[in-house]
Design a protein around this ligand. Structure first.
Ligand SMILES: [Zn+2]
Length: 276
């Protein structure tokens, strides 16, 4: 009997340690006056044995997340609206962002955003068709998995803009690796993409996302010089809105491999668990 007690005690303790490590419930919550910026890529079901399923959030899970935000009193803002509000931003503000320009952002995410009266900012790569830019970060990422994912056509981008719930931001011309480029080339990527998107779609582009979240110390200044209002990184967390560099905004990464508990933990602290 004593052995049984010992085994079940040990099992409970192991579970508690695993749970605490995975969900970091003990981490203090970040004040809800600091807005949360969420990062998504695709809204589609995962593909069996695919390498990038973290970037694929299922439509069902996405809808659960948006509904949860709405029901729990979170207010949706585009990134530019957040920046323009500055310190007047209300408590429980959230900005949904999508990177790259996958077609499902229009076909699948947009109807869900509309259903819950939500809005989002989409960081679009200008040359997004038939490109495998994953290799700009890691050369062995040459499977073509992300290249084969359908990207937004120009008419779909227009549909997003005309819906009134999606702001378009720039994610450069070619999704390069800023860690390997000189200042002139980076500035060109920032300027050209802004001008091209503005003239093609008749809009103002004010928000920028660094490709892969890779940036050098000079890059926030380059983005500011290129005429943007702010820029997002992939640095996990929730930026302190009081002492903010609008060109170094942290984001909460939403993974298709995690469920609602992880989502709620991330909204609370910016992190899911002890180490990520
Ligand atoms: Zn990207």
């Amino acid at each position: 009997m004593n052995t049984l007690w010992a085994i079940s005690g040990l099992a409970s303790l192991t579970w508690l340690i695993w749970f605490s490590w995975r969900y970091a419930w003990w981490r203090p919550a970040i004040d809800q006056r600091h807005p949360r910026i969420l990062m998504y890529h695709m809204i589609r079901d995962p593909i069996k044995r695919a390498g990038f399923n973290g970037m694929r959030v299922s439509p069902h899970l996405f809808e659960q997340q948006i509904r949860w935000l709405k029901e729990n009193g979170w207010r949706f803002f585009t990134l530019t609206a957040l920046l323009e509000q500055g310190s007047r931003i209300p408590e429980k503000s959230v900005a949904i962002t999508f990177d790259d320009g996958f077609a499902d952002n229009c076909t699948t995410a947009l109807p869900i955003l509309k259903k819950y009266d939500a809005c989002a900012t989409l960081f679009l790569v200008v040359n997004r068709h038939h490109q495998e830019w994953s290799m700009h970060k890691k050369r062995h990422h040459d499977s073509g998995e992300l290249m084969r994912e359908p990207k937004l056509s120009d008419s779909q981008v227009m549909e997003l803009i005309e819906s009134g719930c999606v702001e378009i931001g720039s994610h450069t011309m070619t999704h390069p690796n800023f860690g390997l480029m000189d200042a002139g080339a980076k500035k060109m990527e920032m300027l050209q993409s802004k001008e091209l998107l503005e003239s093609k779609f008749g809009i103002n582009i004010k928000a920028f996302a660094y490709p892969f979240g890779i940036l050098q110390p000079e890059d926030p200044g380059l983005a500011r010089g290129a005429g943007y209002l702010g820029a997002v990184t992939t640095e996990p967390g929730i930026s302190d809105w009081n002492c903010l560099d609008p060109f170094l905004l942290q984001r909460i990464k939403i993974s298709g491999k995690e469920g609602m508990l992880a989502f709620r933990m991330r909204l609370r602290t910016g992190w899911r668990g002890a180490n990520k």
